[in-house]
Design a protein around this ligand. Structure first.
Ligand code: SF4
Length: 322
C-alpha cells in the first residue's frame, strides 16, 4: 500500500538563528571580494554548505587556514573567547553569525563563573556549540550528556552549582537529566529562562503531533545537525518509524510499505525546498492529501549584526543611486 496522506509538521525547517546566519553570509558575499572564509559549517546542513561553496565561500576548521586580514565569519553555533583572541591577533575581519540564543547561554556561563559557581552544561560531547560555551569558563564547566553522567558528576562545592543547557537538546531527555541534578544538588541554580531554544522546542512539539498519527516520519536534516537528530528521536519515541534524510534521494521505498500516513518535518537548518521535494515524491507515489499540523505559531526574527547591516544598506543604496 502506498501512502495516502502526508502530515506536514508546523513549525519546521529554518529557525530565526539559521535565517540570520544565512543572511550574514549572503551580505558578506555582496560586500567583499571572494573567497569569504567561514569557520566551521555556518549551519549544519549539507545543501546549504554546498550552495555557499559554489558561490565562493571557503569553510575552514580553524582560523589558521584563513589568510591574514581576510574576512572570517563565525558560524551560528558560536565560538569560545580563545577563537576571538586568535582572530584579533591575526587581524581578521570578523563577522559574527552566532545565534543570539547561543550568545545568551555564553553570557550565563560568564555570570555563573563570576559568581564562583561550578557550572554543569547539559549537552553533547564534541558539538561545536558545546565547545564554544565551555570555552567561556575553562576549568569551571563540566559536561553531562546522560543520566549516568549526571549521577556521577563531581564538583568542588555542591552548594554552589549552576546548570546551563545546549540549545538543541531533546526537551524530555534534558528534563530527566535536570531532575537528577536537582536531586543531587538541591541548591542548583538554573538560568532565568530556558536554554533549549524556542525553535528546538516548537519543532519537537510539532513532530510529536504528526508522529502520533503517522506510521512513518521523514525528518529532513543532515546527520551532524543536533536538532534534526533529536526530531528523529522524538518521532520514534512518539510511536512512528522515523528516518533522518539529507534529501529525497535518500528515501528507501521499503520504509513506506504499508504506511497509509507519512509525516514530514525538517530540522532548523534544513531548507524548505527539500521538504517540498519529499512531498512531490510522496504525491507521485499516490499520496493525495497534504495536511499541515500546527503545534504553535512562530514569529521570531533576529536582525543581522548592525555594522554589517549598515554597510550592506550603504552598498545597496550606492547601487540604486550610482
Ligand atoms: S536552533 Fe535555536 S539556538 Fe540554534 S540557531 Fe536556531 S534559534 Fe538559534
Amino acid at each position: 500500500m502506498n501512502p495516502s496522506t502526508i502530515l506536514l509538521a508546523k513549525p519546521r525547517g529554518f529557525c530565526a538563528g539559521v535565517d540570520r546566519a544565512i543572511a550574514v553570509v549572503n551580505m558578506a558575499l555582496d560586500l567583499y571580494p571572494r573567497p569569504i572564509y567561514v569557520r566551521k559549517e555556518i549551519v549544519h546542513n549539507r545543501h546549504v554548505i554546498e550552495s555557499f561553496v559554489q558561490r565562493g565561500v571557503v569553510f575552514v576548521s580553524e582560523l589558521d587556514e584563513v589568510p591574514d586580514g581576510a574576512v572570517a565569519i563565525f558560524s551560528a553555533h558560536g565560538v569560545s573567547p580563545e577563537v576571538r583572541r586568535q582572530a584579533a591577533a591575526r587581524n581578521l575581519k570578523v563577522i559574527d553569525a552566532t545565534c543570539p540564543l547561543v550568545t545568551k547561554v555564553h553570557l550565563e556561563v560568564q555570570r555563573f563563573a563570576r559568581e564562583g559557581r561550578s557550572i554543569i552544561l547539559i549537552g553533547h560531547q564534541g558539538h561545536e556549540e558545546v565547545i564554544g560555551t565551555m570555552g567561556e569558563a575553562p576549568g569551571c564547566v563540566k559536561l553531562v550528556g546522560t543520566v549516568e553522567e549526571a549521577e556521577a558528576v563531581q564538583v568542588p562545592d555542591p552548594e554552589r552549582v549552576a546548570v546551563t543547557t545546549q540549545t538543541t537538546l531533546g526537551v524530555d531527555d534534558a528534563k530527566v537529566i535536570l531532575n537528577v541534578l536537582r536531586r543531587r544538588f538541591p541548591k542548583l541554580v538554573t538560568p532565568p529562562s530556558e536554554d533549549i531554544c524556542y525553535a528546538t522546542q516548537n519543532r519537537q512539539n510539532a513532530v510529536k503531533l504528526i508522529a502520533q498519527r503517522a506510521a512513518v516520519v521523514l525528518v529532513l536534516g543532515s546527520h551532524n545537525s543536533s536538532n534534526s537528530r533529536r526530531l528523529r528521536e522524538v518521532a520514534e519515541a512518539a510511536g512512528a518509524r522515523a528516518f533522518l534524510i539529507d534529501d529525497v534521494a535518500e528515501i528507501d521505498p521499503a520504509w513506506l510499505e504499508g504506511a497509509a500516513c507519512v509525516g514530514v518535518t525538517a530540522g532548523a537548518s534544513a531548507p524548505e525546498y527539500l521538504v517540498q521535494q519529499v512531498v512531490a515524491y510522496l504525491q507521485k507515489r499516490g499520496a493525495g492529501k497534504v495536511e499541515e499540523v500546527e503545534a504553535v505559531e512562530e514569529h521570531v526574527e533576529f536582525v543581522p549584526p548592525p555594522e554589517l547591516a549598515r554597510a550592506h544598506a550603504g552598498r545597496t543604496l550606492e547601487e540604486a543611486v550610482p
